[in-house]
Structures are given as C-alpha cells and as structure tokens.
Ligand binder design. Structure first.
Ligand SMILES: [Zn+2]
Ligand SMILES: [Zn+2]
Length: 365
C-alpha cells in the first residue's frame, strides 16, 4: 500500500505475539497509510520480533570441506609456530582429520553519558584448545559464501569428538572476553575521560574564581571592627561555604553522569567442523614429556597458535611448567607479587603455592 505500507493477514500465533488484528495495516515510513500501525526501529518492535524468533538461531553447527592439500614442510611450519624458550619439541606424526571449532558472538553495551554497542567474536579449536580468532574470522567468511550450508556428517562429527566440558568453557572464555571487550571500548573510554576532564576543569575553574573573590574580600576585612565589618565577614564566610557545597554537588552530578555500566551478553554460538592437518608434537622439559596437538587449517591456509593454559596467549611464546608441563603465556609463570617466587598459574590458578598470595586480577596477561 502507498505510501510505505503493508496489509497483513496474520495467523493467530502471530496476532497473539504482536498484538495485531487478523487484518493488520502496517506503516513503515514517515508518511503512513490511513489507520496503519507504525513500525520502526524505535519502540519495542525489535524486541517483539526478537521474541518471535525465541532461541532459534542461537546455536548452529555446520561442516566446511575442501581446502588446500597438506602443507609441504611440516617441520618448517612448526618452527615458525612454536616458540618454547624453556623446552624442546619433536614432531611425532601428522594426520589429516576433522576438528570442531567453536565460534561465540557476544554483544557488549557500554552506557555512560553516551552509549556504545558492538559485537565481539571469539574462536576456539575444541580439538586442540587453541584460540583461533584470526582463523575463525576466515572460516566465518567462507561459511557466509557457502550458499548450501552442510550439516556435519556422522563420521566427521565422530572424528571431531570430544569437545570441552562445562567447566573448561567459562574458564577459557571469560578472560579472553574481558580483554577483547576492554580493547574494543578503549577509544570510547578515552573520549569519555576527555569529556569528563573538560567538564571537571570547567566546574572547578568557575567555583575556584568565585571562592577566590570571596577570600579576597574576607582578607580585606582583616582588622576591621564594628557591626558592619562583622556582618560583612559573616556574609562572605557563608558565601564561601555555599560555593564549596555547590562545587561538591556539581562533582556528584558529574560522577553520576559519567558513571559507566558495561553489559556483555552471549548472542550466538556456531560450531564449525573443518578439515585439519593435525601435528602431534612431543614437548620435553627436564625429565617430563607431554604430547600435544597443533592444527594446520587448509581452509585458512594457516597454522593456529599453540594452546595457552593460563593467560590469554595472544603472543607466541609459551613457557612449560616443571610439574605438569602446562603451556602458559609468559605472565602465566611470572613471579608472585608478594614473595617473588615464579609459579605456574595453570597448576595454581588461585594463589601462590609458597606464600598463599592471591593471583593478580584472576589471570592478568
Ligand atoms: Zn608468593
Ligand atoms: Zn603447571
């Protein structure tokens, strides 16, 4: 219907969910057909349409196939990928197999005097435990180009088992999500701090001038006697008190106005089954040995970073601990802040084993 309208014959469930009559007239533009219900991005229409979708689309699984043949020289690829300052490694074998990658989308909302919203995607290889943000981005693009979404074959699904248990997922997601949201919000926070500082300086300058004038008047009254001088002195003193009170109230206003509230919600999970060339690598540290996996992704033509069991592991070096041969980022073996003894944050996630000192910020990296 002109202009920018639709006439909709709605079935009962839709009528109930959206509060429409059987024959509804909807208007989408600034000018609406007569008697049309205005539909727009404002108001609660997005929420109502969202409620119709319910939990559909929150989780899905797909398989991606194809990709280049196995890389030519595994040894060289691994030399590039592995940076183990306190351990040695040896390639034990390689297999062409499938793995399951978990891609999680989160929406963050930062609300202060202004509002900022955005999406953050995290990617993990459940078969190796690696964080694969870059590779996951490429896999998502490939998936988007694939018009015919393929559900995982039974044998592919079996090859990519098992995944993570319920405790591993939050412990891996949480620190990474915190750090990603913080870095996404960094420019927003910087601009906000600038505005706050500007307002605070303005408020301070204004009240400081007033107060200085009163103090000067008060100083001029020093030594003066008589009833009038006494009254003037009282008036200036009261004025100074009032200025100081107003200044504090204005600062409280600023504090309220610039208070920051950040919420992060999980939006979507996507499990992609993808082919990988899996390298089994033996890691040796002192008398200990540990076999780990690291995947080369033919679809992204890239090797993933090594698993990191404490810390974000966004850089390449991994330190190997003496007891369990955990792989941790350098900060995951940093000295204790209280007693100075270095210890593995994967072995001791909560506190220092020697002095009981708390681990800084959960796991600062
Ligand atoms: Zn300690
Ligand atoms: Zn350890």
């Amino acid at each position: 219907m002109e202009p920018d309208g639709l006439e909709v014959l709605a079935p009962k469930p839709l009528r109930d969910a959206l509060g429409w009559p059987e024959l509804a007239r909807l208007g989408f533009g600034a000018q609406r057909p007569e008697h049309a219900i205005p539909i727009g991005l404002e108001g609660d229409w997005l929420d109502r349409f969202g409620a119709l979708l319910g939990e559909d689309g929150r989780w899905s699984e797909r398989q991606l196939s194809g990709g280049a043949a196995a890389p030519g020289d595994p040894q060289r690829i691994l030399e590039h990928a592995l940076d183990l300052p306190n351990a040695v490694w040896r390639l034990q074998g390689e297999t062409a197999t499938f793995t399951r990658c978990l891609l999680l989308a989160f929406r963050y909302t930062a609300l202060s005097d202004e509002k900022r919203e955005g999406l953050v995607w995290l990617g993990f290889n459940l078969g190796t435990g690696a964080v694969i943000d870059d590779i996951a981005g490429r896999l998502r693009r490939l998936l988007a180009q694939d018009a015919d979404w393929q559900a995982p074959d039974a044998e592919v699904r079996a090859a990519a088992r098992p995944g993570w248990d319920g405790a591993t997922l939050p412990s891996r997601v949480r620190p990474l999500l915190d750090s990603r949201v913080k870095s996404e919000l960094e420019p927003f926070l910087r601009a906000m701090r600038r505005r706050l500082e500007r307002d605070r300086n303005r408020v301070h300058g204004y009240h400081d001038d007033l107060r200085r004038i009163s103090l000067k008047r008060l100083a001029a009254l020093t030594g003066a006697t008589g009833e009038k001088a006494e009254a003037d002195r009282r008036r200036e003193t009261m004025r100074i008190t009032a200025i100081e009170r107003e200044y504090r109230a204005k600062l409280d206003d600023l504090r309220r106005n610039y208070a920051l509230r950040v919420t992060v919600d999980w939006v979507q999970a996507l499990e992609i089954y993808v082919p990988v060339q899996r390298f089994d690598v033996l890691i040796k540290r002192r008398k200990g040995e540990r076999l780990i996996r690291i995947d080369w992704h033919p679809l992204a033509r890239a090797i993933e970073p090594l698993l990191c069991e404490a810390g974000l592991g966004l850089d390449r070096p991994r330190f190997v601990c003496d007891d369990k041969l955990h792989l941790v980022a350098p900060a995951g073996q940093a000295p204790c802040l209280s007693c100075g003894k270095a210890f593995c944050r994967a072995c001791h996630p909560a506190a220092c084993p020697r002095c009981g000192g708390a681990v800084e910020g959960g796991m600062a990296c």
